[in-house]
Design a binder for this molecule. Structure first.
Ligand code: DI6
Ligand code: FE
Length: 410
């Protein structure tokens, strides 16, 4: 059906629509995109633009590539303080687990985050979100998990949403109360999980402060049984779940997440064949986090070939966090996903657009197609593989979010 007209028409563009099909990247040369309101109304070749379809505003793209807005589907970017000192300790031989056992690691960031008021927390987190937004990230997931008490977790979640408003990025928040054991519950992990299930999850649900619930299922995190209790409490309040699974050891996390109908299982370096199969049948997205793999100098690779063979969708995200992935470039993660994990550049870009949207349960974005949200970014690149090929630099030349031009370079 031909719309009566467009609010905005983008033309002289090359499109990486990221729609599945026979053409790599779902590419359309000499393409155009018509937008009405906040949604894409028409996508095709410029020569096929309906003649009787006037546009109130036209932007000529000068041959630039357009892709869907990037989606960073796994971050912990709202936190206070820095852990550069731990980076130095690790270079001298300490492991991430050693540092965590000695009260550093996640708990060091918990102390700083609890001590910061919302204004300070926001001021320290803002540059990280600004860097990602400048690269064309239009949707981002931000987890709590450095408060570990109801008030501090709510503070983190509120700061995350407010930053999204300020910086014109769609923020999806995730409650990660089961991230680490706070010092006041030392030696009483089950009591902390009781508190998470009976108080925190209901309080956060009542406030409408989180879009999903996550947990860290790991020897230095929480057991599969504790994770299951968190999932049950979340599901009872209709909150979708996701999981930090099999990052440092095989705890059966991927299968546990799949059994709970999780949107995604994330990290997955130690996921076994049964976990891959369970994820495939539950359509749980595999979120790959090459920044953490790199920073921890991990050598165990996630089972990418098995994911591919069994049709498990793979997303790629920054895991932006102060301990294991102080990364604020999603494009660099695309490069690392290819170089370290052997994704193709097309899989990597799909992983930061359409697959990442699915990992957040969002079907309304991630491709350039009629009916999708008009989240569109423009790039100064000669071919889409360049987005994963480069290490550093930012070829972003424009951002349209929900049909509104946020930035556009002439
Ligand atoms: N896995 C990670 O890689 C991050 N959290 C998690 O559960 C690390 C968070 C941190 O070290 O601060
Ligand atoms: Fe993480």
């Amino acid at each position: 059906m031909t719309p009566a007209g467009f609010d905005l028409l983008l033309r002289d563009a090359q499109l990486a629509t990221m729609r599945d099909g026979s053409v790599p990247y779902g590419a359309v040369r000499d393409g155009a995109v018509g937008i009405n309101g906040s949604a894409i109304a028409w996508v095709g070749r410029a020569s096929d633009i309906p003649h009787d379809c006037p546009a109130r505003r036209t932007l000529r793209c000068g041959g630039r590539w357009l892709t869907p807005g990037l989606v960073d589907c796994h971050t912990h970017l709202v936190y206070a303080g820095s852990r550069a000192g731990e980076f130095e300790q690790r270079l001298l031989g300490a492991t991430y687990a050693d540092i965590s056992r000695e009260g550093g690691g996640i708990n060091a960031t918990v102390r700083a985050t609890r001590a910061a008021d919302a204004a300070l927390l926001s001021a320290q987190s803002r540059p990280r979100l600004a860097a990602l937004a400048a690269e064309g990230v239009t949707t981002i997931e931000i987890k709590s998990g450095y408060g570990l008490d109801t008030a501090s977790e709510l503070k983190q979640l509120a700061v995350a949403r407010a930053l999204g408003e300020q910086l014109d990025v769609d923020v999806r928040t995730t409650l990660l109360a089961a991230h680490a054991l706070p010092p006041e519950f030392s030696g009483r992990a089950d009591a902390y999980i009781d508190y998470v299930c009976r108080e925190m999850i209901p309080a956060v649900a009542r406030a409408g402060a989180a879009d999903a619930v996550d947990a860290f299922c790991e020897t230095i995190g929480f057991t599969p049984a504790q994770t299951q209790r968190v999932f049950a409490a979340a599901s009872a309040l209709s909150l979708p779940v996701k999981l930090h699974a099999d990052q440092l050891s095989d705890t059966g996390g991927a299968a546990l997440a799949a059994a709970a109908g999780a949107l995604s299982a994330d990290h997955l370096e130690y996921t076994n064949a049964a976990g891959v199969a369970a994820m495939a049948s539950a359509a749980t997205v595999a979120v790959l986090l090459p920044g953490a793999f790199y920073a921890l100098r991990e050598t165990q690779l996630p089972p990418v070939a098995a994911f591919r063979e069994q049709g498990v969708a793979m997303a790629v995200a920054t895991d932006c966090n102060p301990g294991t992935s102080p990364a604020t470039s999603l494009l660099l993660m695309l490069n690392m996903a290819c170089t370290l994990f052997r994704l193709t550049p097309e899989e990597a870009l799909a992983g930061a657009t359409v697959r990442a949207a699915r990992a957040l349960g969002l079907a309304d974005r991630g491709t350039l197609a009629a009916g999708q949200r008009a989240d569109i970014v423009a790039w100064d690149i000669a071919e889409p593989a360049e987005l994963a090929y480069r290490m550093g630099g930012n070829p972003n030349a424009g951002v349209i979010r929900a049909g509104r031009v946020v930035r556009w370079e002439a």
